[in-house]
Design a protein around this ligand. Structure first.
Ligand SMILES: NC(=O)c1ccc[n+]([C@@H]2O[C@H](COP(=O)([O-])OP(=O)(O)OC[C@H]3O[C@@H](n4cnc5c(N)ncnc54)[C@H](O)[C@@H]3O)[C@@H](O)[C@H]2O)c1
Ligand SMILES: [Zn+2]
Length: 276
């Protein structure tokens, strides 16, 4: 590990680094990832098509999400997020491209964060396009469901929800867009079956193109949405480092330095080792 860290420090020491982060950076904050070290997906997320096609799917989504929200919203940044913010303040890391939807980079003080998959802090009406703060929608849901038991047990899942009994779901009342009255409310995130807005992808490609190195943190890179930035870096001759447990889609030919170690302590050690 010491030798790997020295190689990483060498690679990143001159700055100009673009960080590409994933769910693994937030597991130490209590938000689970999708895949884990073996790269197998242990969780089947709801697709945007399912959510839009069927009111009962929306009832299920919002009931589960309503139970998970207080826990998701109270997650705090961990040592890894703080180290990334410190490395950015020290001008080692420049732009951050994150696949996470939890806002924890910004909560740790990072700036210039491109949220590739949006944020759970926002809700969008798929009928008229109006956007709302999730906190406001949460208040509407509380008013519409005064007797709903929100304290259901069960682990928080990667999408910020909790699997709850069917009997609880069937009694859950949906809320409506105040502009158009539709109940087609969707978290403002890129769900499975949707794609990242093109201008945002282009902005990230151009950040990668002008980087000295790309640092992947806590991502299996299984989804092309993040992996394409590694491919672009490789094509441009820009070195790529990966700090993530277990399998990633990036091959050994594509990666200059690979560290399989916990992100919190690894990034804290990196921030200590680099000037600034
Ligand atoms: N926190 C969030 O916002 C969150 C959580 C779950 C899923 N998602 C969404 O799901 C998709 C998942 O893709 P992904 O590539 O980001 O995640 P992923 O689940 O596919 O991969 C996470 C990787 O991080 C590793 N990891 C987990 N904890 C770690 C730790 N403490 N130290 C080092 N490595 C660790 C895992 O072994 C795995 O390789 C993303 O598109 C994202 O939008 C977001
Ligand atoms: Zn609307």
């Amino acid at each position: 590990m010491a030798r790997d860290l020295a190689a990483l420090t060498d690679l990143l020491g001159d700055g100009g680094v673009v960080a590409l982060t994933g769910a693994g950076l937030s597991t130490e904050s209590g938000i689970p990832d999708y895949r884990g070290a073996d790269g197998e997906r242990r969780f089947q997320p709801m697709t945007a098509q399912e959510l839009l096609a069927d009111r009962e799917a929306r009832r299920r989504y919002w009931a589960r999400s309503y139970v998970g929200w207080p826990r998701f919203a109270s997650a705090r940044p961990n040592d890894g997020h703080y180290a990334v913010a410190a490395l950015q303040a020290a001008q080692v890391i420049g732009p951050i491209i994150t696949q996470n939807v939890d806002g924890l980079h910004q909560a740790a003080g990072a700036v210039d964060v491109a949220e590739l998959h949006g944020s759970l802090e926002q809700v969008v009406c798929m009928q008229c396009g109006e956007r709302y703060a999730r906190a406001a929608v949460d208040e509407w849901l509380q008013l519409a469901n005064p007797d709903f038991d929100r304290s259901a047990d069960g682990p928080l899942r990667p999408d910020g929800d909790v699997a709850i009994a069917e009997s609880l779901i069937s009694g859950f009342r949906l809320v409506h867009c105040v502009v158009c009255g539709s109940d087609l409310l969707k978290p403002d995130v890129v769900m499975f079956g949707e794609s990242v807005p093109k201008p945002l992808v282009e902005q990230c490609f151009s950040a990668v193109k002008s980087a000295r190195a790309v640092l992947v943190l806590g991502s299996s890179l299984a989804v092309m949405s993040g992996y394409r930035f590694v491919r672009r870096a490789v094509r441009e001759g820009i070195p790529v480092a990966v700090v993530t447990h277990g399998w990633t889609r990036a091959t050994d030919e594509e990666v200059s330095v690979r560290i399989d170690a916990p992100l919190g302590e690894t990034l804290a050690a990196l921030a200590d080792a680099l000037p600034g």
